[in-house]
Design a protein. Structure first.
Length: 55
């Protein structure tokens, strides 16, 4: 794999990618990625906690 900067890289000398999964190809939900449903649930929890005073 070429050592290219990803579009989300910030020029801090730290690439925006993590180590490969145990078998080198299987991403793990919640560790390597979030589904849209996960993102929506997290956003709702934050809005309830902060904006709606449930914290």
């Amino acid at each position: 794999m070429a050592d290219k900067n990803l579009p989300s890289d910030i020029d801090l000398g730290v690439p925006a990618r993590g180590p490969a999964g145990k078998d080198g190809k299987s991403p793990v939900r919640g560790q390597d990625y979030w589904t849209q449903a996960d993102q929506d649930a997290i956003k709702q929890w934050i809005e309830d906690a902060i904006l709606n005073g449930k914290w």
